[in-house]
Ligand binder design. Structure first.
Ligand code: FES
Ligand code: FES
Length: 158
């Protein structure tokens, strides 16, 4: 099958590559563009390790063909930091609250939390649980993650 060319904006930079028509967005982000912060856990849309924001919507990049992302605006964990290169309040809060253990779920968790706080700056526990319900963590037990999201919400208001 002939390769096709795709162009997208990832973390505010326009990038272009040639792909097989059946290539997953997850693989193209990692292998063609080097955004290895996007993780593959299950590969079937269950774990959220591959979560990114595409055109303002949170999606599992393992479930999307890269060809579908033609012309899209994408944010991965690599683009979450502040413009001056310091950590975003969500990243800082995850560290501060011990919400990172093995770290495999963390990029997806941070993206889901970031997406939530941009829409809802003062979420309740329930709203946080709903927002991260597509992200599985086998390590932390979720309590630290929820308290990190509250801490980030507080710090983002300052
Ligand atoms: S790797 Fe995409 S949801 Fe698990
Ligand atoms: S920190 Fe290990 S899976 Fe979440």
């Amino acid at each position: 099958m002939d390769k096709i060319k795709v162009t997208m904006t990832v973390n505010k930079k326009t990038v272009e590559t040639e792909i097989e028509p059946y290539a997953r967005l997850l693989d193209v982000l990692r292998d063609n563009f080097g955004f290895t912060g996007v993780k593959e856990g299950c590969g079937i849309g269950e774990c959220g390790a591959c979560t990114i924001i595409m055109n303002g919507k949170k999606v599992n990049s393992c479930m999307i063909l890269a060809a579908q992302a033609q012309g899209s605006e994408i944010l991965t964990i690599e683009g979450v930091e502040n413009a001056d290169g310091t950590m975003h309040p969500v990243q800082e809060a995850f560290l501060e609250k011990g919400a990172v253990q093995c770290g495999f779920c963390t990029p997806g968790m941070v993206i889901s939390s970031y997406h939530l706080l941009n829409k809802n700056p003062e979420p309740t526990d329930l709203e946080i649980k709903e927002a991260i319900s597509g992200n599985l963590c086998r390590c932390t037990g979720y309590k630290q993650i929820i308290s990190a999201v509250h801490m980030a919400a507080d710090n983002m208001k300052k």
